[in-house]
Design a protein around this ligand. Structure first.
Ligand code: ZN
Ligand code: ZN
Length: 252
């Protein structure tokens, strides 16, 4: 079977913030056919996660960030610095929620003082994406949807919907259930869905039980679970959906 025209999705990291199950933090590598790859989130552990999968961080043309928590954007300073020291020449675009243009340089300065203003051979452009808006970066269109997950004042968390040619990938990011997820999933080829706990109520996160309760409304072709706690990982045999694992490769 030919893979021409298919988008390759590699779950370089699909863990929660705390390394549950030995998994790396959120870092989904998305390669459209014949084009540079992009990332959905770039948690602090993303460089080792990518290298484990044999993926070159220097190729990544854009990072789409769901929200400004360390396990979702904490790897971007390493990505930028790696490009600086590896002689990267191609530009990098970071698309993230409002606040990204301020908090990314702050993060860089906190981690590596002086790094945010260092001279580089490649440009880093930040594009802020509001809920209800869309931007295109590296040929990928991203729509932002309001998520229910506090991640800083004036910095609303997003669920994302990427369009790559004729392929649509939805991503819940971290969020309590919100009906916006129905729109994120509608007609998508793949929905990457947080399933933090099975049925224990944890504020501002999705549970497997929420996805089961709303399964009839989530009209994507495929649902793959991510961002799972140890409790969820220990009961994967009871999951009603496919589960991601670090290194899992899908063609969608
Ligand atoms: Zn979060
Ligand atoms: Zn998270």
């Amino acid at each position: 079977m030919s893979s021409a025209g298919q988008v390759t999705v590699t779950f370089a990291g699909c863990g929660d913030a705390f390394g549950s199950g030995g998994r790396y933090q959120a870092c989904v590598h998305v390669r459209p056919p014949g084009a540079a790859p992009v990332l959905l989130d770039c948690g602090a552990t993303s460089l080792p996660a990518l290298r484990r999968c044999g993926l070159d961080p220097g190729e990544i043309a854009a990072v789409f960030v769901s929200h400004l928590h360390g396990d979702h954007f904490g790897g971007i300073p390493f990505l930028i610095l790696n490009g600086q020291f590896a002689g990267r020449a191609s530009p990098l675009t970071v698309v993230g929620p409002p606040g990204t243009a301020r908090r990314l340089p702050e993060l860089m300065e906190c981690m590596f003082p002086g790094s945010s203003a260092a001279r580089r051979r490649f440009g880093v452009e930040v594009e802020e994406l509001r809920p209800g808006a869309a931007v295109t970066a590296a040929g990928v269109r991203a729509e932002g949807f309001g998520a229910d997950h506090p991640s800083g004042p004036d910095s609303p968390a997003l669920a994302l919907r990427l369009t790559l040619g004729s392929t649509v990938i939805g991503y819940t990011g971290d969020t309590a259930w919100t009906d916006a997820l129905i729109d994120v999933a509608a007609g998508a080829d793949l929905l990457i869905a947080e399933a933090y706990y099975r049925d224990k109520a944890v504020p501002y996160h999705l549970r497997h039980a929420d996805l089961v309760a709303h399964a009839g409304e989530l009209a994507s072709r495929r649902i793959v679970l991510t961002h799972m706690s140890a409790d969820m990982l220990d009961h994967l045999d009871q999951a009603r959906f496919e589960a991601a694992a670090d290194g899992l490769v899908l063609r969608v």
